[in-house]
Design a binder for this molecule. Structure first.
Ligand code: F6P
Length: 328
């Protein structure tokens, strides 16, 4: 393993996700293991431009593997979208003697990293951190598993009150413009219907199916709605439509919102983060750049950043079929 790189920086960018701290910890400790220096960059690309760095060692990351959020904070930086901003970031890194950058974030963060490399030849590696699981090149992004468990817990709680009052609940979940959270958590939560942006089965079919559930004896129902779903203008309009076109149900809405981004990372996400941090640093020390580390069939592998950015994740059709059968 060539060790020309002697100092690596790590930052978190975009929407935070549980597991980011575990990934920061892994990057820092892998650097320590290989006896190279590591700096943490605060507030993503914003802090990179300002040179808001903190020297980190193996002890700096103690006690964070089980913490949600990111100790390095995150931010969305408009200035980094400008060449002047990236120029300042490059100068700050050079001044600090940093020779490689690990970016923990989503596709937007990776786009910035790739442009930065193309302009300055600066080595970059990506670790996919977002609850949406919408990044090509990995079966799991950091935080997805934890978010699923958070949503399932919420569904179970809402089902208690829905069944006590014979109510129909629409529950909106995050996921930006994909339905992975909705589909997986909907199946696990036993939802009667799951609405995702990848499918548009129409309002009448929804009312039809809910009526069938009622006549088959269901006194309450749960409909999981991915926030990117296009079936209705928004979840409240959806509720109104069903309210007006369905007898006998009291209809309520629950928008889970940002709680899906918090919480202690699951065991799966902690292990995934630890593996990704090692893979990212050791790949960089091995001379690699412009890759994202990912999990595929249980193995850590590298996907070129431009493919990770441009690629699209697909809904698992077998899972879709399972959800249809389960709502019988
Ligand atoms: O990308 C993660 C995510 O939580 C999406 O699921 C959600 O749509 C978005 O971030 C919310 O962004 P913000 O935190 O800026 O409101």
């Amino acid at each position: 393993m060539s060790q020309k790189i002697k100092k690596i920086a790590v930052l978190t960018s975009g929407g935070d996700s549980p597991g980011m701290n575990a990934a920061i910890r892994s990057v820092v400790r892998t650097c320590a293991y290989h006896k190279i220096e590591c700096v943490g960059v605060y507030r993503g690309y914003e802090g990179l431009i300002e040179g808001d760095f903190k020297e980190m060692n193996a002890r700096s990351v103690r006690g964070i593997i089980n913490k949600g959020g990111t100790i390095l904070k995150s931010a969305r930086s408009k200035e980094f979208r400008t060449v002047e901003g990236r120029q300042k970031a490059h100068e700050a890194l050079k001044k600090a003697g940093v020779e490689g950058l690990v970016v923990i974030g989503g596709d937007g963060s990776f786009t910035g990293a790739l442009i930065f490399n193309q302009e300055f030849g600066f080595p970059v590696m990506g670790i996919p951190g977002t609850i949406d699981n919408d990044i090509f090149g990995t079966s799991h992004t950091l935080g997805f598993d934890t978010a699923l468990n958070t949503v399932v817990e919420a569904i179970d709680k809402i089902r208690d009150t829905a069944s006590s009052h014979n109510r129909l609940f629409f529950i909106e979940v995050m996921g930006r413009d994909v339905g992975h959270i909705a589909l997986n958590a909907g199946i696990a939560g036993g939802a009667e219907e799951i609405l995702i942006p990848e499918e548009d089965l129409g309002l009448d079919r929804l009312v039809d199916s809910l009526n069938k559930s009622r006549t088959s004896g269901k006194s309450s129902s749960i409909v999981i709605v991915a926030e990117g779903d296009k079936i209705g203008k928004n979840i409240f309009e959806l509720k109104d439509y069903v309210d007006q076109n369905m007898e006998g149900y009291d209809v309520r809405v629950s928008v889970l919102g940002h709680m899906q981004r918090g919480g202690a990372p699951s065991c799966f996400d902690r292990v995934l983060a630890s593996r990704m941090g090692v893979k990212a640093v050791e790949s960089m020390l091995g001379g690699e750049t412009n890759f994202m580390v990912g999990l595929m069939n249980g193995k850590m592998l590298l996907t070129p950043l431009d493919k990770a950015i441009k690629g699209k994740t697909k809904i698992n059709l077998e899972l879709l079929r399972v959800s249809d059968i389960m709502s019988t």
